[in-house]
Design a protein around this ligand. Structure first.
Ligand code: CU
Length: 515
């Protein structure tokens, strides 16, 4: 890593973010609380709502506060204190993704029973860090139906700061009910034809492959540039045995739209900002099954945090984000730029979404929903450059764990160590231990792995050691391996799973259990 203040080289700007710059119905049931949160409870309600996508009405979920705004926005010192009501017609469980509450307050299928329609519950616990987080359903496939919202925790030191925050909540959207999507995947009917992946131009794929970042790969991927020219070889079916390197699967679901704050580029959100004014973009990938590339166009931003935790700032114009991850990007609107689209393009696809920042009085031009070129696969290029601003304290490891990411597209079955959730063998730790956990991906798809209840540091990408970002979700590329380190300081039986909703539903989930 280069130090803060070094100039950014042109190539880095083109390639991405450059080196370092700088109970019972209607009665709240009692959940365990160790909170010192003393502020009045914020009201949050899970509701059904109707949005318009491509001119058609769509019934989805939402989580809104008393004023009808999505999610929560609070200061760290307030603590987390919310009364959550299920005003929808379905049972649900809401997870506070990025927060590290006591186990019983985490909102996951192991920590609590689903909330029935009409039920409410109080949640109160301390907040350890400021950051861009989110809340989402951890029940069934509701996340695909947009049961997600921002959960912004602000630093008290930034009270009164002259800065405009803009939240970008990303979704992938389908008019097909998620249960049908899953059953099509499982029955093998979800043809790749028509998906963004299948639409990849093979010349482009080879070009991308030659410039690809292999940092996280266990081995080089000679098969990436196989030259066979068939779409299936690159974008198609899993070769199953995990040895064939001729293919990498990117997107296994065909979506109808990609949304930022409920809207696509046919009618994007337009946010007015002042020239020279400081803006903090809080990008949240709430998509069920999509990795994106965020593109700032001509403007150079500073990536200052990932997954809600500060990193040494990186300057750049383009940056990848895997499912469930977050990016905090600071930028200013230069005087010569009247309108700045902030775009999110699906990996392996030309389709993109976004919103537009504008100066007062600026004309907003229509932005095409297809980019001119296919976006490359999201790999570990960014991960390799990230350095946590606040490192995990140096200490010896007490326990080393490993888990294999297993499964395939055909048949559609995903697992950890060859086991689905129902017959899982939990990984075991003891309280107080420093734990190192290595994910070894034996499949042809990348998997965004999420550990509940902890922040971990990314300390290994294949054989390379690093003092990487503090995260709660890390992408493990096809046939690659990633090592994380964390302190076992929050007892529970914590879900550990792929955050691709369909992979999780198909069995790619276990737990980390305190002995
Ligand atoms: Cu996965």
């Amino acid at each position: 890593m280069s130090g803060i203040g070094l100039p950014i080289d042109r190539r880095s700007l083109l390639c991405g973010f450059a080196g370092s710059l700088a109970g019972a119905a209607l009665t709240p049931f009692t959940l365990p609380s160790i909170a010192r949160a003393t502020t009045p409870a914020r009201e949050l309600a899970v509701r059904s709502r109707v949005i318009e996508v491509q001119g058609r009405p769509a019934t989805v979920f939402g989580i809104v506060d008393k004023a009808g705004h999505p999610g929560l926005d609070l200061y760290r010192s307030e603590g987390f204190h919310a009364r959550l009501s299920n005003d929808s017609a379905e049972p649900t469980i809401i997870h506070w993704h990025g927060l590290t509450p006591p186990f019983g307050l985490d909102g996951n299928p192991l920590s609590q029973p689903p909330m029935a329609p009409g039920e409410s519950a109080d949640y109160a616990f301390d907040l350890t860090h400021p950051g861009t987080n989110w809340m989402h359903s951890h029940f069934g496939l509701q996340e695909q139906l947009m049961l997600a919202a921002p959960l912004i925790v602000r630093d008290d030191a930034e009270r009164g700061i002259d800065r405009q925050d803009v939240v970008l909540l990303l979704h992938d959207f389908s008019f097909t009910p998620p249960e049908e999507i899953l059953s099509q995947l499982v029955s093998g009917q979800a043809a790749h034809a028509g998906s963004g992946t299948a639409a990849m131009d093979m010349g482009m794929v080879r070009a991308l492959a030659s410039g690809m970042d292999h940092a996280g790969m266990g081995h080089a991927m000679p098969g990436m540039d196989h030259g066979s020219g068939t779409q299936q070889a690159m974008a198609g079916m899993d070769h199953g045995n995990g040895h064939a390197m001729g293919a990498m699967d990117l997107n296994d679901v065909v979506f109808d739209a990609f949304l930022v704050n409920d809207r696509d580029l046919s009618d994007p959100e337009v946010v007015q900002i002042e020239h020279g004014g400081r803006v903090r973009l809080r990008v949240i990938n709430a998509a069920a099954s999509t990795n994106f590339w965020i593109d700032l166009g001509p403007v150079t931003g500073r990536l200052v945090a990932v997954d809600g935790r500060a990193v040494r700032p990186l300057a750049g114009q383009r940056c990848e984000i895997a499912m469930a991850q977050r990016l905090d990007i600071e930028l200013e609107l230069p005087a010569e730029v009247a309108a700045l689209p902030i775009l999110a393009q699906r990996e392996g696809d030309r389709t993109r979404t976004g919103l537009v920042l504008t100066a007062p009085g600026a004309r907003v031009e229509r932005v095409a929903s297809k980019a001119e070129t296919v976006a490359p696969p999201v790999l570990l290029d960014l991960e390799r450059r990230l350095v946590a601003a606040e490192q995990l304290a140096e200490r010896a490891y007490d326990r080393r764990l490993a888990t294999d990411l297993t499964g395939s597209m055909m048949p559609y079955a995903w697992s950890l160590d060859g086991r689905g959730f129902a017959d899982r063998v939990p990984l075991e730790v003891r309280e107080g231990e420093r734990v190192e956990l290595t994910f070894v991906n034996r499949t042809m798809m990348s998997h965004p792995m999420h550990l509940h209840g902890h922040h971990f540091q990314v300390v290994g990408l294949a054989s390379a050691r690093l003092k990487g970002a503090m995260r709660d979700t890390v992408l493990v590329p096809a046939m690659g391996s990633v090592t994380i380190a964390f302190d076992a300081d929050n007892p529970g039986d914590w879900p550990l799973h792929c955050h691709n909703l369909y992979h999780m539903a198909a069995g790619m989930m276990t737990s980390l259990r305190y002995a």
